[in-house]
Design a protein around this ligand. Sequence first.
Ligand code: ZN
Length: 107
Amino acid sequence: MKIIVLCEKCGNAAEIKSETVGKLAYVQNQFKNRFRIDKNDVQIETSTSLNLNEQFIDELSSTEDEEEVLEVLEGHMLDNIDFESELSSLRVDCQNCGDYIVFTEIH
Ligand SMILES: [Zn+2]
């Protein structure tokens, strides 16, 4: 599989192909300064939600010092708090003429 990036404004183009057994495509290397993905233009939405269980609350409330609090948090935090992150947009800039495209609604 390959992805062809073509700037309709100036004709600048690049192909992104996988180069390894694992089908990894090294994007910046293959863009060869023709296009750019600015990491500051990558939008990632994150959300955190609590999913507290009683055992966690009991253990936390019976702690007596900061060290014990840390121990309880380290042991149970991932079970009690859900973290989600989602790539929401990605912008590719033409290095030749400055035109750009923003990928969104990625999934
Ligand atoms: Zn262009």
